[in-house]
Design a protein around this ligand. Structure first.
Ligand SMILES: *Cc1c(COP(=O)(O)O)cnc(C)c1O
Length: 372
């Protein structure tokens, strides 16, 4: 894990969005990179807001000494409201129950001005209050004594799709929500809408805070138009991958022509082959779909995965790579010499997204950090 690259990415994104605040999204253990380590490094790089999913994700950050604001992007469960107030977590809210619980907790702790961020569902069809529900929520907010409407937010469904009509509709609904909020006498300081794809390509959507996750870890989504890659390409911010994934060769053997390899014999050696056994599998987050599709780097050369990836072991064909011995370093994600593999390559081969590749690397894989 290169914390130097993480800091670099944060600074690049911050520069790109100018005066907008960057809320660094570190949910899902910072997309598998380690939320505590990444948050501390990001705080050093200047981050003052973090986005997590749940209270459970926020508490370890507080315990590790993260002092910045922490936004709970999917709200909180009943029973967590006292902790939310006590730990100065900032809840995203979208239903009356949220307001009632927080108001009671704030009153019991005698804290005023507890900030809430109101989430509007502008068309994603996932979380948030609809425009129809908004007046009732605002009336309830007006009746509270201890809460402050600090933020107004929404989430885009298709920000990487340049010609998506939904994008305009979502933006219009958000503007309508903002008007309703202001007409009701509120003046939220913070408007935030943009994830990585919108940060990269839609300055008009930035508001005064943005919520990038993927970009901080060095990846973006390619822009699309007409269902194909945007002819103009995707803006290159100069992001650098933070994570590399390495293992070592556990065992080596020869496979004779006709020898089937692994469960189900899904691969049969065509010629005499040198097979390396790697001590990891899908229990480590190596996606099963990479079986007979993915590759690794051994001594600067690509070696294809052969046979079905199993829970703890994976086979690669190192035929023709000289001097390979047990214990040699093997790169699953990363670069060596002229060879490189990134999370996008694995994602495409496995028909998924880099998000799933990165946050799928399991707890069994020890994280190591340098730089920062
Ligand atoms: C995950 C998430 C983000 C960050 O998305 P990226 O595409 O990784 O930048 C932003 N906002 C919300 C509400 C999210 O759930």
């Amino acid at each position: 894990m290169s914390l130097a690259n993480l800091s670099h990415n944060f600074k690049v994104v911050q520069k790109h969005v100018g005066s907008s605040v960057v809320c660094a999204v570190v949910k899902a253990d910072a997309y598998g990179h380690g939320a505590v380590e990444c948050s501390l490094a990001l705080e050093k790089a200047g981050a003052r807001w973090f986005g997590v999913t749940t209270t459970d994700e926020a508490l370890p950050l507080r315990a590790a000494g993260v002092h910045s604001r922490i936004l709970l992007m999917t709200g909180f469960w009943r029973g967590e409201e006292e902790e939310v107030v006590r730990q100065n977590l900032t809840a995203t809210v979208w239903e009356p129950g949220h307001l009632a619980l927080l108001e009671r907790a704030a009153a019991s702790q005698n804290v005023r001005g507890v900030p809430v961020h109101l989430k509007i569902d502008t068309g994603m069809g996932r979380l948030g209050a609809s425009l129809e529900q908004l007046p009732a929520l605002l009336a309830l907010l007006q009746s509270t004594v201890h809460l402050k409407l600090e933020g107004l937010c929404t989430h885009f469904a298709s920000s990487e799709i340049v010609d998506a009509p939904e994008m305009d509709r979502q933006t219009e609904r958000f503007a309508a929500a903002e008007r309703m909020v202001r007409e009701a006498g509120f003046s939220p300081d913070i408007l935030h809408l943009a994830n990585t794809a919108a940060v990269v390509s839609r300055p008009e959507s930035w508001g005064n805070m943005v919520r990038p996750g993927l970009a901080l870890y060095g990846y973006t989504l390619p822009l699309q138009r007409d269902g194909k890659p945007e002819p103009g390409g995707t803006p290159d911010l100069g992001l650098k991958p933070v994570l590399s994934w390495k293992t070592r060769i556990l065992s080596l053997h020869n496979a004779a022509p006709g020898q089937a390899l692994g469960y189900g014999g899904t691969y049969v050696a065509k010629a005499l082959s040198r097979i390396a056994v790697l001590p990891l599998g899908y229990a480590d987050g190596l996606v099963l779909r990479l079986s007979n599709r993915g590759r690794v780097i051994v001594r600067g050369h690509y070696a294809p995965m052969v046979g079905r990836i199993s829970m703890d072991l994976t086979l690669v064909d190192v035929t023709g790579i000289t001097d390979v011995v047990v214990g040699d370093e093997v790169i699953l994600i990363g670069a060596s010499g002229a060879s490189s593999i990134d999370a996008w390559e694995q994602a495409r081969l496995a028909e998924t997204l880099p998000y799933e590749i990165l946050c799928g690397i399991s707890k069994r894989v020890p994280r190591k950090y340098n730089g920062g």
